[in-house]
Design a protein around this ligand. Structure first.
Ligand code: NDP
Ligand SMILES: O=C(O)C1=N[C@H](C(=O)O)C[C@H](O)C1
Length: 258
């Protein structure tokens, strides 16, 4: 069983905490947020919710050891806990969707000492969509491509997932359209336009608990990896390769073996 610490207890963090608690492979041990009341716990549990200054992280991890840290807070938190994570060789699963290039460079240095995974979208579904879109782009490089992302009214920035899709498909960020409406959790659509047909790949995060199942997937996939910096695609590709290898071992003509 993996012991997990969670950073961030906002819209996403609260749903992720529920999912981590209900996964039998994981034990959620504590939560860190920006402002915590003394003695606060996750509802109906004794899991503490605390607030830590950068200098407190190492002592906290000594006293409350975990195998993995899951981050759903803000980009700057990485710099508060980074060195403690490195010293304690704790795996990092970070879902922060708006890291700067400098933040990502720092996350890569942490990968020298432990397993680090950063992904602007932590759901298995969207990462499957990105793999499929990449394949179609390769097969049909001249198709028009548009990316549509829809999120809740208050999401401030353009979706990191949409920017990653644009980068992966080598299209300009101008091809991204963002809609901000009510309480939409997160929907991404990649549209390929051909002369006589249209292909639409759509992923919809219906509940924020999807981010929790994605975080649990990432922890279990990251655990057997060597120290290094990984993306969610890297973890997915490991699985896809295993699946393809398994297919290769099937008889070429199953009928002949019956
Ligand atoms: N990769 C993915 O699939 C997803 C990524 N995200 C990303 O996760 C992040 C959080 O999203 P969301 O939950 O909507 O945001 P919220 O604003 O609702 O929550 C942010 C949380 O971070 C906490 N926080 C802020 N600063 C610190 C700090 N220095 N140390 C510890 N905790 C801190 C806040 O604490 P307090 O409550 O005390 O203010 C709050 O609990 C965003 O970057 C978002 O884009 C979200 C969903 C999916
Ligand atoms: O802020 C969010 O909530 C989300 N952010 C993501 C992003 O910016 O790509 C991913 C997800 O859809 C939710």
């Amino acid at each position: 069983m993996f012991k997990v610490g969670l950073v961030g207890y906002g819209k996403a963090g609260q749903a992720v905490a529920q999912e981590l608690q209900s996964d039998p492979r994981l034990a959620l041990c504590w939560v860190v947020r920006h402002s915590a009341q003394p003695g606060a716990t996750v509802p109906e549990t004794s899991i503490p919710i605390v607030s830590l200054e950068a200098q407190d992280w190492s002592a906290w991890m000594d006293a409350h050891p975990v195998d993995a840290l899951v981050d759903f807070s803000q980009a700057h938190s990485l710099h508060a806990y980074g060195e403690a994570l490195r010293q304690h060789r704790v795996m990092l699963v970070s879902a922060i969707s708006a890291y700067s290039p400098q933040d990502l460079d720092y996350a890569r240095t942490l990968g020298k000492d432990t397993q680090v995974m950063c992904s602007p979208n932590i759901t298995v579904g969207i990462n499957f969509l990105i793999m499929a879109a990449r394949l179609l782009r390769k097969i049909a490089p001249h198709a028009d491509v548009e990316i549509l992302e829809q999120h809740f009214r208050d999401k401030p920035e353009v979706s990191g997932t949409a920017r990653k899709i644009a980068q992966t498909l080598q299209v300009q960020d101008e091809r991204i359209t963002s809609l901000r409406l009510g309480g939409i959790v997160g929907q991404h659509e990649v549209i390929f336009g051909f002369p006589y047909q249209t292909v639409r790949l759509v992923h919809n995060s219906i509940e924020r608990r999807a981010f929790g199942t994605g975080a649990a997937f990432a922890i279990t996939q990251l655990a057997p990896c060597a120290p290094g910096f990984y993306t969610f695609d890297d973890l997915m590709m490991r699985l896809v390769r295993q699946e393809l290898l398994a297919d290769d071992q099937l008889p070429a003509d199953p009928v002949a073996t019956v």
